[in-house]
Write a protein that binds this ligand. Structure first.
Ligand code: TTP
Ligand code: MG
Ligand code: MG
Length: 479
């Protein structure tokens, strides 16, 4: 482990919900829940105001509505989130060539790689400046953790939430970790957590005390020794730039072979959903759906189907996996099933119509983006909650809700005061869906002029405060 806290972990605060609040002035400071609004929808995320009611990611939407009936419920707008993500990742790449994105809203940065920081003081300054730059450029807040390892940096950013920065001083790691619950450590999920608790281990300190042999006895060689090392704050994993994943897949091995064909189908659907979650978390979409089946006799086969265009739509992946399964004989029983998506593309589309179709499971939608643009307009126009619209007389606004032939629109924009609501017929020709507006107007994306610091003359590599962020220039180049 390095000696200085120069590994930075950034994670945006309530990312999708904050983006929606920035876009919609009337929702700032309010409970906002983003996710699937259909019958089987789940919460993608909730604003901190909504979390106070107990709403959280992955909760069924019905439960969220019971807990927070007055919250605003919106469908995700991935195109917007991806654009913000690209802006944020751009700022991180100005700090270092070693940026490891973990999802749309989260990344590790090695600040030492290009001299952005070399000790605790410079790391803190860089981290604070990054938070300011993110706010200026995107209008959103992110939390920063700084530590001497990836594990601690991530724990630090979690502690910093929301809208904060925490730096863990080297040497203090073990004392800090000791009272934390075992689930704090990466790789400890509910199952491992239960397992440890039954052995009387509930805190990270107790893992460290138990000793490596005991951990290996409890969890097996690989997991046991890895966990023991982490509990002692030993983590030498480097920050790896651009992990270029070629595919995303999930699989399950069953304790008892599954013979029931219906059960096999259900398992494949479940795996398809999990696979899409991982895909989306990585901000990707893919064209090829792969099914893996290991049968009772260990014969393993994979079948794949390539779609016309990349998708991240759970129903498209589910259907492709189900089709592939139909061609596989499972009569002797299966011991392992897997679903994967490969031929990955950057996350480029989130189609309004596909979103809305998710709420009407009876209507499967083709997966390719181009298809939608050429497709004839659906018989009844869809107005997904939260999406932007434009009205010929009232200008830009967003859909607050629709039903019974009516659509309610709030007329406000990211830079306006909270706006008024008006209701229209769903077939109103003056109303059209439109693209998201920028959260921060181009002209406002420069940082405010900074007071001249005493030591300004020494900071040769300080960015020109008036400059629009671009690639790092000056003495750092070629480092
Ligand atoms: P997170 O960073 O886990 O959560 P968050 O940014 O909403 O809130 P926090 O302040 O605690 O970091 O996830 C980033 C985004 O990914 C989140 O805004 C929505 C999406 N997401 C899902 O769609 N499903 C999930 O189960 C989770 C955890 C996140
Ligand atoms: Mg986040
Ligand atoms: Mg995150």
């Amino acid at each position: 482990m390095r000696r200085e806290p120069t590994i930075l972990h950034l994670d945006m605060d309530a990312f999708y919900a904050s983006a929606e609040q920035a876009a919609k002035p009337s929702l700032r400071g309010k409970a906002v829940v983003v996710g699937g609004l259909g019958p089987r929808g789940v919460v993608a995320t909730a604003s901190y105001e909504a979390r106070r009611f107990g709403v959280h990611s992955a909760m069924p939407m019905g439960q969220a509505r019971r807990l927070a009936p007055h919250a605003a419920y919106l469908v995700p707008r991935f195109g917007l989130y991806r654009d913000i993500s690209e802006q944020v990742m751009g700022l991180l790449r100005e700090l270092s060539p070693l940026v490891e994105p973990l999802s749309l809203d989260e990344a590790f940065v090695d600040l030492e790689a290009a001299g952005a920081a070399w000790d605790a003081a410079s790391a803190r300054t860089t981290g604070e400046r990054l938070r300011t730059d993110i706010k200026t450029l995107t209008g959103l807040t992110g939390s920063v953790g700084l530590a001497a390892s990836k594990m601690l940096a991530k724990i630090a950013s979690e502690e910093a939430k929301p809208d904060g920065l925490v730096l863990i001083r080297p040497g203090t790691e073990r004392a800090l970790l000791a009272p934390m619950p075992v689930r704090t450590l990466p790789g400890v999920g509910p199952a491992t957590g239960d397992h440890l608790r039954r052995a009387g281990i509930t805190t990270v300190g107790e893992i460290a005390e138990a000793g490596e042999d005991e951990l290996i006895r409890l969890l097996g060689k690989a997991h046991g020794s890895a966990l023991h090392a982490m509990a002692r704050a030993q983590d030498d994993r480097p920050v790896v730039a651009e992990r270029d994943t070629k595919s995303v897949s999930v699989e399950d091995t069953y304790d008892v072979d599954i013979h029931d064909r219906v059960r096999v189908r259900t398992e494949v659907q479940r795996l398809a959903d999990r696979c899409v979650q991982r895909l989306r978390a990585a901000g990707r979409s893919g064209r090829t759906v792969v099914l893996k089946v290991r049968r009772y006799d260990f014969s393993t086969l994979t079948r794949s189907e390539t779609l016309r265009g990349p998708t991240d739509d759970p129903s498209v992946v589910r259907e492709a996996a189900a089709r592939l399964l139909e061609a596989v004989d499972t009569t002797g029983g299966v011991r392992l099933l897997g679903v994967g998506v490969s031929s990955l593309a950057d996350f480029t589309q989130e189609d309004l119509f596909a979103q809305a179709a998710g709420e009407h499971p009876a209507e499967p939608e083709p997966e390719a983006e181009e298809e939608h643009e050429e497709a004839p307009a659906p018989a009844e126009r869809r107005w997904p909650a939260g999406h932007d619209v434009h009205h010929t007389a009232y200008g830009p606004g967003w859909i607050q809700g629709s039903g019974l032939g009516r659509v309610t629109v709030r007329f406000e924009t990211p830079g306006s005061l909270p706006g008024r609501v008006r209701t229209f017929r769903t077939d109103d020709a003056d109303l059209t869906l439109s693209d998201p507006l920028p959260l921060v107007p181009e002209a406002m994306r420069r940082p405010p002029p900074q007071p001249v610091a005493e030591d300004a003359a020494e900071q040769e590599d300080e960015k020109d405060p008036g400059a629009i962020p671009g690639p790092a220039a000056g003495p750092r180049d070629g480092a």
